[in-house]
Design a protein around this ligand. Structure first.
Ligand code: AMP
Length: 272
């Protein structure tokens, strides 16, 4: 187990970006104590070389000591899984959950239409997330091509071990879920964020999710059709308590370490 002392929290951010044929294919970050830097770097390089879309041709690694004052320890949300018979019912389920989280139907439709069409100008995928007003559905991210990227989130060794054991009990797992869960945990703790909607841009990965503080992390399959290369994320922000600078500062600079986990519920099948 990596050396990691939450009380001292002298953490390094180890980040990897990988590309193939000049296209970004993978990016990930680990937050580790000094003793864990080499192992984290090696595992990120391995991940880029073993990527499902092909072995990376170019890998960029960066290692930075993080400001201890920025480190927050948190808990993961509960995890629910819903298996739907088709994309339409899955999106209805996502809509229902987002309505419960206080997002308007207009705002959900705006987010879904953007994800379906490709949220970046010209219909491509964004690198980060859209910021969508919870009532109007208007977009507030400062740069529509890049979107807003949440950075600096990972597990403590204890949090990671607890999660791996719990996921193994339920027969689910994988880097993708681990990364998305800790991202959602950080985003849900952000000032003014009510909920998040995501489906991947990976054509082979059709499970998406809705996360919200009072609803937990809800995996929903299939939120898109297999083969569809479009995907993205929407962070729904409370338009009555909009604090764009505090939100962007938190998403980009606060360091979130998940040190404990929530409950993991068995999958539910449903018909619409
Ligand atoms: P992925 O879950 O990695 O397939 O990413 C799906 C989409 O979510 C990407 O196309 C981006 O639009 C968005 N995204 C990925 N990583 C982040 C991040 N760290 N912060 C905000 N949005 C992200």
């Amino acid at each position: 187990m990596l050396a990691f002392d939450p009380m001292k929290a002298h953490l390094y951010s180890v980040r990897m970006h990988a590309s193939l044929e000049n296209r970004h294919i993978s990016g990930a970050e680990r937050l580790v104590g000094k003793e864990g830097v080499e192992e984290a770097a090696a595992s990120l390089v391995r991940r880029a070389l073993d990527h499902a879309q092909g072995s990376a041709e170019s890998i960029r690694l960066s290692v930075d000591l993080v400001d201890p004052d920025q480190v927050h320890f948190g808990c993961l949300p509960d995890v629910h899984t819903f298996d739907a018979p088709d994309v339409e019912s899955a999106r209805k389920k996502a809509l229902q959950l987002l309505l419960l989280a206080g997002v308007s139907e207009d705002a959900v439709r705006s987010a879904m239409e953007n994800l379906v069409a490709g949220a970046a100008p010209g219909g491509g995928n964004m690198r980060g997330a859209m910021l969508i007003g919870h009532r109007s559905g208007a977009r507030f991210e400062p740069d529509r091509a890049k979107g807003v990227r949440a950075r600096h989130m990972d597990y403590s060794p204890k949090g990671r071990a607890e999660l791996d054991a719990a996921l193994c009990d339920q027969g689910i797992g994988g880097d993708r879920l681990r990364d998305a869960l800790v991202l959602a945990a950080k985003v849900m703790a952000a000032p003014g964020v009510l909920a998040e909607l995501c489906w991947s841009d990976d054509p082979d990965y059709t499970t998406g999710y809705v996360a919200a503080p009072q609803l937990g992390y809800n995996r929903i399959a299939p939120l898109k059709t297999r083969g569809d290369e479009r995907g993205g994320r929407a962070f729904f922000i409370d338009e009555d308590r909009r604090q764009p600078e505090a939100l962007l500062r938190y998403l980009r600079h606060a360091v979130f370490v998940a040190d404990s986990i929530g409950r993991i519920f068995p999958p539910e099948r449903f018909k619409q």
